[in-house]
Design a protein around this ligand. Structure first.
Ligand code: PEP
Ligand code: MG
Length: 611
């Protein structure tokens, strides 16, 4: 699933079909995750948050969406703490089990109707509803006399706490669990089933604390103009499904659920703004910008290159074969980051070599003339894998055993993955390259390169995600064939701002000149050895920053496929010299915002994209 677009904002799905910038400087607010409500001066009426002209959060799927707010709030009240059943525990237990079963069956049926990504998401949610541990917990409470609805509430509470404590991808599954709980309680108490209307006279802006897959699965662009949630991050289901649907979305938007249902709302899914009761002019401007952008985006086709013909291969970030369709549809020239851990996030046991081969081969076959860069398992921190647990509790998982460190701890897992990759690569004409995440030292780079070559994989590379690796890139590049810069982690470590802690999200900005300097060091070191240095972090998906990266010597850009048309268009509107001037200007700035502003001033072609 597009969870692999996890780590930050990037243009979402199908922008070419529906994108629009609301303001000429839409990008300027794009890293804003402070989720603060800001007054921006428009005349609005109505109670509560409607008195504020705009709310801001994190834009996770770009484009403009306009329509009346449909707010989902407090659907199912908490069952009474003291609620007891009539004494027939067996009957009450059976009732609870039937309700859970019915909820699971309904989720599966919705999934089957929706198909594709939604089917998998809902299938996973149905599995949660059928979890024997959960129903055992409910049964035990019922045996103590607790009424079924209350027992469900309490049993789910325990699981919820566990997931929330795990944080990251697992933490963001809390909304799924709450949804199952609420649906089960609704069945047990006769309350109406919570949810979203599947049809509407005119598209609405769906606002919620957080959205569960069941809410969104049957929705379409015809019904929903945009999503806005108070909670959730870029890996929440709202973000994933919004991108897959091509619907603008803003998450982490504080105060959103106090907007009155029916309030007209204009959402900018790139800037992360939610404008309440916008003027007709603002709406008309957003529509115009949308049309203009659409024309520019669809006019940019072919391989990535600057206006003066400097080639910059544009590659896709994928998490598995299912992402190929979008990669190909958006004109990816290959794959720059295959996040293999996403194949195995929900596995209890390590995948076999055969299973892995089956997941790698179709990706290689999809790009017979292209390059496919596979990243070895990046387990730990924000991507925990049950079958690769850290050996001890880590107070700072991002600084613990993750990435290549974990790979070294489990050599048998590494041998199986490299073997599977070598076998799958053997039968393909694609240029297969393998890289390790989280490399910090020359010794690690050499160790990984040797392991790859021993396995028959002759083009090993490393990700530059740790400042030490960037600072000593000139030493590391000698050990490997190429670099790929993971700007999500590089930013996290350069600014000491955990990418999972929303309170420090403002520091998680790859535009920061310190990050730009580190990128430049890596690119310069690779160029000196005539080796490639790509970027595969979210920075590559920002069309403005993409120009700056190229100006710093980055040789390829890899991103979530929906961002490709934007980056292709932005690059195609500027010469290499303009990109270099933008990079130089950005690096003389002293803040992320100033760097962006300085770069933009050197990139006149952005105006045509309303960026
Ligand atoms: C990165 O860190 O920029 C990167 C591409 O890897 P991930 O987001 O999967 O950690
Ligand atoms: Mg990373």
């Amino acid at each position: 699933m597009e969870a692999q677009e996890a780590a930050g904002r990037g243009p979402g799905a199908n922008e070419t079909e529906q994108a629009a910038a609301v303001t000429p400087d839409a990008g300027a607010a794009s890293t804003g995750t402070g989720a603060s409500a800001t007054r921006q001066g428009a005349a609005v009426s109505g109670p509560g948050a409607s008195e504020q002209a705009a709310l801001t959060g994190t834009g996770v799927s770009p484009g403009a969406g306009y329509g009346p707010a449909h707010v989902l709030v407090g659907d199912i009240p908490e069952p009474d703490k003291e609620a007891r059943h009539d004494g027939d525990a067996a009957a009450e237990r059976a009732r609870a089990e039937r309700a859970l079963d019915e909820v699971a069956a309904d989720l599966e049926a919705r999934g089957a109707r929706a198909g594709g990504e939604a089917e998998e998401v809902l299938g996973a949610q149905a599995m949660m509803a059928r979890d024997p541990g959960l129903s055992g917990e409910v049964g035990a409470l019922v045996d103590q006399g607790v009424a079924a609805a209350r027992a469900v509430f309490e049993a789910f509470g325990k699981y919820r706490d566990l997931l929330a404590a795990a944080g990251g991808y697992l933490g963001e599954r809390v909304a799924d669990l709450d949804d199952i709980r609420d649906r089960t309680i609704a069945l047990l108490t006769g309350l109406p089933m919570p949810g979203v209307p599947a049809t509407a006279d005119r598209p609405f802006v769906l606002i919620a604390k957080d959205l569960a897959p069941a809410d969104t699965a049957l929705l379409s662009k015809e019904v929903v103009a945009a999503f806005v949630t108070e909670q959730g991050g870029p890996t929440s289901h709202t973000a994933i499904l919004a991108r897959a649907m091509g619907v603008p979305a803003v998450v982490g938007c504080a105060g959103a659920t106090s907007v009155a249902s029916g309030t007209p709302v204009l959402v900018d899914g790139a800037a992360g703004t939610v404008r309440l009761s916008p003027s007709d002019d603002e709406v008309a401007q957003a529509r115009q910008a949308d049309e203009a952008r659409r024309a520019v985006l669809s006019a940019a086709t072919g391989p990535g290159r600057t206006a003066d013909g400097h080639a910059v291969p544009l590659l896709a970030n994928i998490g598995g074969p299912r992402d190929l369709e979008s990669a190909l549809a958006n004109g990816a020239e290959g794959v720059g980051l295959y996040r293999t851990e996403f194949l195995f996030l929900d596995r209890e046991t390590a995948p076999t070599g055969e299973e892995q081969e089956a997941a790698y081969r179709p990706v290689f076959e999809a790009f017979p003339e292209g390059r496919v860069v596979v990243r070895t398992l990046d387990a730990g921190a924000d991507k925990p894998l049950a079958f690769l647990p850290p050996p001890e509790e880590e107070p700072n998982p991002a600084l613990g055993e993750r990435g290549v460190r974990m790979f070294r701890r489990y050599p048998e897992i590494m041998a199986v993955q490299l073997g599977a990759l070598a076998r799958a690569a053997a039968g393909t004409s694609a240029k297969v390259q393998v890289m390790a995440p989280m490399v910090a030292t020359v010794e690690e780079a050499e160790w990984f390169a040797t392991a790859c070559r021993t396995a028959g994989l002759d083009s090993p590379g490393i990700m530059i995600e740790v400042p030490s690796a960037a600072l000593r890139a000139a030493d590391l590049i000698r050990a490997v064939d190429f670099f790929s810069i993971g700007t999500n982690d590089l930013t996290q470590y350069a600014l000491a701002a955990d990418r999972q802690v929303s309170a420090v999200a403002g520091l998680q900005d790859p535009w920061h000149p310190a990050v730009l300097d580190l990128i430049a060091l890596a690119a310069t070191a690779a160029t000196a050895e005539s080796k490639g240095c790509g970027v595969c972090g979210e920075a590559a998906a920002d069309p403005v920053l993409a120009c700056v990266l190229v100006g710093m010597g980055v040789t390829s850009l890899s991103m979530g496929a929906p961002a490709l048309p934007w980056v292709r268009a932005a690059l195609g509107r500027h010469t290499l010299d303009q990109c270099r001037a933008a990079a130089a200007a950005a690096r003389t700035a002293t803040s992320a915002a100033a760097a962006k502003a300085a770069a933009r001033a050197e990139l006149p072609g952005l105006a045509a994209l309303a960026l």
